[in-house]
Design a protein around this ligand. Structure first.
Ligand code: ARG
Length: 464
């Protein structure tokens, strides 16, 4: 950051008898972070200038000069040759000053009928729309990776858990599809949020609109916005669209944190259900044997900062009187960090999922040890006419006997099982196997391998 351009901000300093103190300058400037809005600021300015010309407010020559100047500035910024000045406070005034230095009075006319209040609201919306589009592409990649893994393991049995205790057999593919569904809703939420991000604030000017005969619909069309913000006060002051994005992002990270937690757990030798490719793990500086799942741990951890950003913006907006207040300048850092975090996390997730090495034998062994088919036995008795509550009781006693004997239900002999209910015959063993249990849950949303494959096919057809 260079301070050499000037010592006071001549954009508005005419009103003041002394320059702001250095400390105030540093405290109020947003350029250390809002420079990231530059491409969107230029995009917005180009649309605004075109509209001013179309409305007869800006001459053809001035428009041409502005277009040329902004193109040069964009090139300089992209090449990293542009010097940002703290004295010029923010991205808007830095670019406007550079434009005026290049093209003279035409640059000074660009701000006609516009204020930084509607300008910054427009920039943030353009930035966020772009970020959401990027995030949706990566989310799609992560979803595809989950479907691929689910497909490879549509019939791989594992214990399903409730309370982290073995509950019923499920397939690993079914388990992966649960996360696919979560991400699908996250994508829907982001796409829905995008519709409300995609509205044009420009034309609201500082807060009340402008005396110039502007054409807001034209600007909206130029910038690809779906519609204009209907109320000028609302257009410059609310950041609810950003809060919605953060809420959707926090939920998305929450889902990823649950998946991460399971990967971490499954990778411990106590579970031994999976291994994670070495490139997603790190070692320990002291314990030579260690292979730590740092990537999923960090994904889990970064959920905290997303939740923080959501609360930060909600708190920023709470109780703000209409219309624009400088408080809103604080929206940017949480928003930028949230988008960066989502983009990095999703890109890595899409890469990491194919690097999950599944260990079917360990999963099968765990499912066979936890009386996972006890409910199947109860259902079997119900189908033979026993009321469910009695069936539950009979099986509970059978589980106790098996536990005392140190074996699974399927390992009890027929005579032993018949001691708990005389309805049991030798067809019982078909329902006590893991495969039998899986295959029996044969309806939409169930874990039968055939259903898992059908669910994957439906998901792929919708995902395209
Ligand atoms: N840097 C400011 C922001 O991010 C731009 C708008 C400033 N407007 C104003 N009236 N001071 O919100």
């Amino acid at each position: 950051m260079s301070n050499d351009k000037q010592t006071e901000n001549s954009t508005w300093s005419g009103r003041f008898s002394e320059p702001v103190s250095e400390r105030v300058k540093r405290y109020t400037a947003s350029i250390p972070f809002d420079w990231r809005l530059a491409p969107f600021d230029i995009q917005g300015s180009l649309a605004h200038a075109k509209m001013l010309h179309k409305a007869g407010i800006l001459s053809q020559d001035d428009l041409a000069a502005i277009q040329r100047g902004l193109a040069e500035i964009r090139g300089e910024i992209e090449a990293g040759r542009f010097t940002w000045s703290l004295d010029l406070e923010d991205v808007h005034m830095n670019i406007e000053r550079a434009l005026t230095e290049r093209v003279g009075d035409a640059g000074k006319r660009l701000h006609t009928g516009r204020s930084r209040n509607d300008q910054v609201a427009t920039d943030v919306r353009l930035y966020l729309r772009d970020a959401i589009d990027h995030i949706l592409v990566l989310l799609h990649q992560a979803q595809t990776a989950l479907l691929d893994l689910a497909e490879q393991h549509a019939g791989t049995v594992m214990p399903g858990f409730t309370h982290l205790q073995v509950a019923m057999p499920v397939t690993f593919g079914h388990h992966m599809l649960a996360y696919f569904e979560m991400l699908k809703r996250d994508a829907e939420r982001l796409a829905d949020c995008r519709r409300r991000v995609n509205r044009l604030p420009l034309g609201a000017a500082a807060l009340a609109g402008t005396t110039f005969p502007i054409d807001r619909e034209f600007v909206a069309q130029e910038l690809g916005f779906e519609a204009v913000c209907e109320n000028s006060l609302d257009a410059v002051s609310d950041r609810d669209f950003a809060i919605e994005f953060l809420a959707a992002g926090a939920l998305l990270m929450t889902h990823i944190s649950r998946f991460s937690e399971e990967l971490v757990l499954w990778m411990t030798p106590r579970f031994g259900f999976i291994d994670l490719a070495d490139r997603f793990c790190t070692g320990s500086s002291i314990m030579p044997q260690k292979k730590n799942p740092d990537v999923p741990e960090l994904m889990r951890g970064k959920t905290g900062r997303m939740n923080g950003h959501l609360v930060a913006l909600l708190t920023l907006m709470k109780g703000q009187p209409l219309a624009y207040n400088k408080d809103n300048q604080e929206d940017k850092e949480p928003l930028f960090d949230a988008a960066d975090t989502l983009i990095d996390t999703l890109a890595l997730l899409a890469e990491m999922v194919p690097g999950i090495k599944v260990k079917p034998e360990a999963m099968r062994q765990a499912a066979a040890e936890g009386f996972a088919t006890a409910t199947d036995l109860a259902d079997y008795l119900v189908k033979k006419g026993l009321p469910f509550r009695e069936a539950h009781e009979a099986v509970a006693r059978a589980v106790r006997a098996a536990e005392a004997k140190g074996c699974d239900l399927a390992e009890l002999g027929l005579a032993e099982l018949q001691a708990f209910s005389n309805l049991i015959t030798d067809d019982v063993f078909a329902v006590l196997t893991l495969e039998g249990s899986l295959a029996a849950r044969d309806h939409i949303g169930g874990t039968a391998p055939a259903q898992v494959k059908a669910a994957i096919a439906r998901a792929r057809a919708k995902l395209v």
